[in-house]
Ligand binder design. Structure first.
Ligand code: CP
Length: 335
């Protein structure tokens, strides 16, 4: 397996194998499955969890890792085709990716949405171009519209929490001061739909997910026996929910115009901070998930993050186990 750009790059058999291995790696984290292997990490955008968990995953399995963070000790990098590079960028990914691949057995890259053109970001072409430039195995560490490592860890988390595969998951918009990209909500939706869950996307009017994102999820749900629907009614959404997954995203109608989005979201601040009262008609044991980082008492109240429903730390922990299992799958860790 040479590319992990989206969860769909793992067929059902591989996915189950990686999930099972991730469970086992939680109990037995250290090994030599990556001995003699070098993994290169290129972060064009900031990170805590993805950066630290990838480094820990490689080193705990006996491998070596290098990290390149353009603009912070490395050359600023250009990603646009045909760019006239007379600005801050001194290096283009067209050279950087194949050069870094000379030094590594696998490259993993984070490159967020530009946030200017909705169609361009939804097409997720940039991460595909980077993968095409890489002659070695390649992992997407979050692109314009996919965060598959997050989705893999989240699936493992749902298994650990014994959430039924056909259980109810609510993916809810939450208030954030800035319009955020669709990578996490789109990947969460696809993951839950593929898992066979009853998924409800809850959002204020105007903050629906783009139609193509919903259509992809509905197609996955049709294959798995799940369902995907959306509503602006919180009580209806939360009825009998096993899981509330909080996230914020941009309004499609304002994409590329952050000031317009900020005007639209300004009145939603109080009502769309996730609080314990949101769970009034969920299952009593319903859990709360969030990919992190999270703005406390803006997006999610302390009472939820510090309460017994929250599984966000366990969820972040599974990034390590899931990515380690993925690396072993891609680099032949069974040697
Ligand atoms: N959830 C996640 O990807 O976290 P980071 O942005 O800190 O890597």
């Amino acid at each position: 397996m040479r590319r992990f750009l989206d969860l769909e790059d793992l067929d059902d058999q591989r996915l189950e194998r990686v999930l099972d291995r991730a469970r086992d790696l939680r109990l037995h984290p250290v090994g030599q499955g990556l001995a003699g292997r070098t993994v290169g990490l290129l972060f064009l955008n900031p990170s805590v969890r993805t950066l630290a968990s990838m480094q820990a995953a490689v080193t705990q399995q006996g491998g070596q890792v290098f990290v390149i963070t353009p603009g912070a000790g490395s050359w600023v990098m250009e990603t646009r085709d045909g760019a006239v590079m007379d600005g801050p960028a001194a290096e283009h990914v067209r050279e950087a990716i194949p050069v870094l691949a000379e030094y590594a057995d696998l490259l993993a890259v984070r490159c967020f949405a530009r946030g200017e053109d909705l169609a361009e970001d939804l097409a997720d072409d940039l991460i595909r171009k980077m993968a095409d430039l890489c002659p070695k195995p390649f992992i997407n560490l979050e692109s314009a519209s996919a965060h598959p490592c997050q989705a893999l860890g989240d699936w493992r988390t749902l298994e650990d929490l014994e959430v039924p595969r056909n259980g109810r998951l609510v993916l809810s918009w939450a208030w954030h001061p800035k319009p955020l990209p669709y990578a996490v909500p789109a990947s969460t939706l696809r993951m839950a739909a593929r898992r066979g869950m009853e998924v409800t996307v809850l959002h204020p009017p105007g903050y629906e997910l783009p139609p193509s994102v919903m259509e992809e999820a509905r197609a996955l749900a049709a294959r798995s026996g799940g369902t995907v629907r959306e509503t602006v009614d919180r009580r209806e959404a939360m009825e009998g929910a096993h899981v509330l997954y909080g996230k914020s995203w941009a309004a499609p109608s304002c994409y590329g115009d952050p000031e317009a989005d900020q005007r639209m979201r300004a009145p939603l601040r109080q009502e769309w901070c996730i609080r314990e009262s949101w769970f009034a008609n969920s299952r009593p044991e319903a859990r709360f998930l969030h990919c992190l980082p999270v703005r406390r008492n803006v997006k999610v109240a302390d009472e939820v993050l510090d309460g017994p429903r929250s599984a966000v730390v366990h969820q972040a922990g599974n990034r390590l186990h899931a990515q380690k299992a993925l690396l072993l799958e891609m680099l032949g860790g069974c040697r």
